[in-house]
Design a protein around this ligand. Structure first.
Ligand SMILES: Nc1ncnc2c1ncn2[C@@H]1O[C@H](COP(=O)(O)OP(=O)(O)OP(=O)(O)O)[C@@H](O)[C@H]1O
Length: 278
């Protein structure tokens, strides 16, 4: 599987299916093992009926092609896919550590070392994606998975636009969106830089910076960049400085990715291997 050939015609008979790993809007994810190589993967099963109902066929295809073409240590691999009459199967890299969101909720907030390691990993991955002209637009803790060594993996490329719609229409969390996206204005790569600032804040304080009781209030807070830092002694001045330089309304003035990696807080705290075992 590691040296997979993209032309292989996979089928469900090539895999031994294990325990369920989780459930998403369009299907379920199972632990699985490719029978011949014994290679462990996560198999995501999507029901065609659901995709057709929401008219997402074209988008799914396009985004699957994008994720298959991306090769980066911090981007979850999509090794391939196949389908039968009712279902589409995505063969994904297995992330043993599960969602970063789960860890964050469990521990409350992360140490500066851990937060900086994740921000550096994300920055490297985003620089790679941006080079390939891919804007993720939907980076949030639920879409960040951890592997067996605690390395961060960006997942869920397939659903950036779909998830955005979902957020507006169903669950309505605007928390991670840059002002230009909240306002529905044209946006560019710098939307991901804003999200890095939101995530950095949430990693260190346990809550996103513009959280409010209603969507309208979150909207207002984002538009005003109403940023306040709780008087918690555990967060350093350098960390706050990085957050302030990312949460800038004018997208052209946000700290660029290469400068994030040279920021003193990252230099002082991030593990160069991007690994953070529990
Ligand atoms: N590659 C993976 N390795 C390990 N666990 C995974 C993997 N992919 C998904 N999971 C787990 O399975 C669950 C469901 O994943 P899935 O991607 O289907 O859902 P989602 O992202 O929550 O929703 P959506 O259907 O909107 O994409 C996730 O909560 C995650 O914990």
């Amino acid at each position: 599987m590691a040296s997979e050939s993209p032309k292989k015609n996979w089928s469900i008979n090539d895999f031994e299916i294990g325990k369920p790993l989780g459930k998403g809007k369009f299907g379920r994810v199972y632990l699985a093992r490719e029978s011949k190589s014994k290679y462990i993967v996560a198999l995501k099963v999507i029901f065609k009926e659901q995709i057709e109902k929401y008219r997402l066929q074209h988008q799914l295809k396009r985004e699957m092609a994008i994720q298959t073409s991306l090769r980066h240590p911090h981007v979850l691999r999509l090794y391939g896919w196949f389908h039968d009459a009712e279902r589409i199967f995505l063969i994904l890299e297995y992330a043993h550590g599960g969602e970063l969101y789960g860890e964050l909720r469990r521990v409350g907030y992360l140490s500066e070392q851990q937060a900086a390691t994740y921000i550096a990993s994300l920055t490297h991955a985003l620089a790679y994606c941006h080079e390939k002209h891919v804007i993720h637009r939907d980076i949030k803790p639920e879409n960040l998975l951890l592997d067996h060594e605690g390395r961060l993996k960006i997942a869920d490329f397939g659903w950036s636009v779909q998830s955005k719609n979902k957020r507006h229409t169903m669950c309505g969390t605007l928390d991670y969106l840059a002002p230009e996206m909240v306002e529905n204005k044209a946006h560019d790569y710098a939307v991901d830089n804003w999200t890095l600032g939101v995530l950095c804040y949430e990693f260190l304080y346990g809550v996103p910076p513009f959280e409010a009781d209603s969507q309208a209030d979150t909207f207002q807070r984002i538009m005003k960049v109403d940023l306040t830092f709780p008087s918690t002694p555990h967060v350093s001045t350098e960390a706050k400085d990085l957050i302030i330089q990312l949460l800038v309304k004018d997208s052209a003035k946000r700290l660029p990715l290469d400068k994030i990696l040279k920021h003193p807080w990252i230099i002082m705290n991030a593990d160069p291997n991007g690994s953070f075992p529990e």
